[in-house]
Design a protein around this ligand. Structure first.
Ligand SMILES: [Zn+2]
Length: 271
């Protein structure tokens, strides 16, 4: 076992030479092994498959509304953030309250989310959070970590480690674009997201009320977003700490004429 660990760490050390050391938008050090082009291609491919396999909403009011909120969020991106991606959103006809954004700017909204994100700013906070994951390159980080764990797994197999040892290394090593984000990544996406929605002119307080809605709606079967993300209570307290600067950013956006006018289906209120 000692030998395995030693060889494993040597392999990890040599793998470090293959990795690129980058920093997230919040200056956290990240190690990634895939190029931006590879991740963009992977995101695009996964997105097209989902569009073919999952039912897409045919409700034009709903689709127009979600597109409107997405457009405001994307318009608030700095050119360097927007990159060369073709940002797009697809509304899937699915009752689960969930959303995602894949590398390359491919956003997916399950229309069940509208039962929880009931106002445009609440929807904007979900979209901006998911965009935050893309801006911080979290999928690359996640896929890179999974690939490195596979290197350790392969080394253990070569060295004839016991099946329980291999199992231990293998936990969570499944490669995939939908591996859950970790707590650090979630807080980072919340931070980036709340500032982004504020820049887009939406009231950042809605990021907190969204989580209150989640808790109320959760009941015995929590929404998908809740089950893969950290506890709402800790997130709400982290978000509260960001409110003062976020509100100032939103006020500044509003005074520059950025006033989102998206109309939620089912009411004629504008937020
Ligand atoms: Zn997230």
């Amino acid at each position: 076992m000692k030998l395995i660990m030693k060889t494993g760490s040597l392999l990890l050390l040599s793998a470090c030479f293959l990795m690129t050391c980058t920093t997230s938008p919040l200056n956290r050090r990240q190690m990634v092994i895939y190029s931006e082009a590879e991740m963009t291609q992977q995101g695009e491919q996964t997105y097209r498959q989902m569009q073919q396999q999952l039912p897409i909403s045919t409700d034009t009011r709903e689709t127009r509304y979600i597109q409107c909120v997405t457009d405001y969020v994307v318009a608030a991106l700095e050119p360097v953030e927007r990159g060369n991606y073709v940002w797009e959103v697809t509304v899937f006809d699915d009752e689960q309250a969930n959303a995602f954004a894949l590398p390359g700017g491919k956003i997916g909204i399950y229309n069940g989310l509208l039962d929880i994100a009931v106002t445009p700013p609440q929807l904007a906070s979900v979209i901006a959070h998911e965009v935050g994951h893309v801006l911080a390159n979290h999928s690359n980080e996640r896929a890179s970590q999974a690939a490195l764990r596979n290197v350790g797994l392969a080394a253990a197999q070569i060295l004839g480690a016991s099946s329980s040892a291999i199992e231990a290394i293998d936990v969570g090593s499944r490669y995939g674009i939908f591996l859950p984000f970790n707590r650090t990544q979630e807080i980072e996406a919340d931070t980036i997201g709340v500032m982004l929605m504020a820049r887009a002119g939406f009231d950042p307080e809605a990021s907190i009320t969204l989580w209150q809605n989640m808790v109320v709606t959760a009941g015995p079967s929590p929404p998908q977003l809740l089950s893969t993300h950290p506890s709402p209570a800790s997130r709400m307290s982290e978000l509260r700490q960001l409110m003062e600067p976020a509100v100032a950013i939103r006020n500044s956006a509003n005074s520059r004429g950025i006033n989102p006018d998206c109309v939620a289906p089912g009411n004629n209120l504008q937020f």
